[in-house]
Design a protein around this ligand. Structure first.
Ligand SMILES: Cc1ncc(COP(=O)(O)O)c(C=O)c1O
Length: 338
């Protein structure tokens, strides 16, 4: 059995479960920036014409990743499209995925007939790296969702070296990297067996657009593009992507703001007994044996957070306005935290 993973952001399900109308909910169950990049009007011909692959998007993506000329870069309809398609590019093999981590990776490799094992956060920092020698493909989420764990680029690239000597791959999911681009390994994506994916859904707050990109070994990214087929990213998504990726001012200001809000969220959680949170600029993660009770206590007040099992934990996204911060703070007083 390989049931599809659950995700945050399922507001309609919460509305049904708790009998509260959608407009009364504060949804903190995802790591999506609540103040997204302001999307401009889209020219009419972008809607009318078929997307053309030789527009300026390739250059924008290459700069976003800091990718060398030897890397292949392709836009994808959300990094999820690449997560689903990559396992189809290898015959059955041994794959390591972060545990806990965004569960679609393990699910998709397993569904494509591979053997999948979880790699824990402790293994990723241990001196003993012998677990690597049992893998053909290592998927890393950097920084990890939900724990926020970072892997230093030089460590990641040394693992890549070790795997590549046996024809192995490293796939790096950088969906949450945009507030900390100094940790990206996009600059190394010309190397054989290395693939990196990024998303417009998190930092840019454009999850509904379904847009992201992949950069990496042309022998992997070329076939990936072939599997995804022509026009897999819509013209409007390509247009928005090519605008947002050159808005360097918005990116710099947003990174600064998100870091400060993440600190504020961590302090707010600590004040209510949820200390020791880890995370990224876009969310905080707290392990707690009574995670389910706390999530239910907040849901009764119309606040949706992500409850995680194995280990029991909660993930909190950022409130988007002062009234939302106040509401969250007050709800924590009344929920079942203590
Ligand atoms: C770590 C991680 N990677 C990838 C994705 C997929 O995002 P998208 O398909 O919107 O790019 C998600 C979505 O939650 C995620 O958490």
């Amino acid at each position: 059995m390989n049931p599809p993973p659950e995700h945050g952001g399922r507001l309609r399900a919460a509305v049904r479960k708790w009998g509260m109308p959608p407009e009364r909910w504060l949804d903190l169950s995802t790591g999506i920036n609540p103040r997204s990049w302001p999307v401009p009007a889209i020219p009419e011909d972008v809607w009318r014409r078929l997307p053309e692959p030789d527009d300026s998007l390739d250059t924008c993506i290459r700069q976003w990743f800091g990718a060398p000329g030897s890397a292949a870069c392709v836009p994808v309809a959300g990094s999820q499209a690449a997560i689903k398609a990559l396992p189809r590019l290898r015959s059955p093999c041994q794959v390591g995925v972060p545990s806990p981590g965004y569960e679609e990776h393990g699910h998709c490799w397993l569904s494509a007939g591979h053997k999948v094992r979880g790699i824990t956060g402790e293994q990723l920092v241990a001196e003993d790296e012998s677990w690597l020698d049992e893998l053909d493909v290592l998927v890393l989420i950097n920084p990890n969702n939900p724990t926020g764990q970072f892997i230093e680029p030089h460590r990641l690239l040394s693992w890549h070296d070790r795997l590549q000597r046996r024809g192995g791959w490293i796939i790096v999911d950088e969906a949450f990297m945009d507030a900390t681009p100094e940790f990206s390994v996009g600059f190394a994506t010309g190397q054989p067996g290395l693939v990196v994916m990024r998303s417009l859904g998190k930092f840019f707050g454009l999850a509904g657009l379904r847009a992201g990109a992949v950069s990496g070994d042309p022998d992997i990214v070329g076939p990936l593009d072939g599997v995804l087929g022509p026009w897999s990213v819509s013209g409007p998504a390509r247009y928005i992507m090519s605008q947002v990726l050159v808005d360097h001012q918005w990116r710099a200001a947003t990174a600064e703001r998100l870091h400060s809000e993440s600190r504020r969220l961590s302090e707010c959680l600590s004040r209510h007994g949820l200390d020791g949170s880890t995370g990224t600029a876009l969310f905080r993660y707290v392990r707690h044996s009574r995670a389910g009770d706390i999530a239910a206590g907040l849901a009764r007040q119309g606040i949706l957070v992500r409850e995680l099992a194995k280990p029991a934990a909660l993930r909190f996204g950022l409130p988007g306005s002062e009234p939302e911060w106040t509401r969250f703070d007050q709800a924590l007083y009344l929920s079942d935290v203590y």
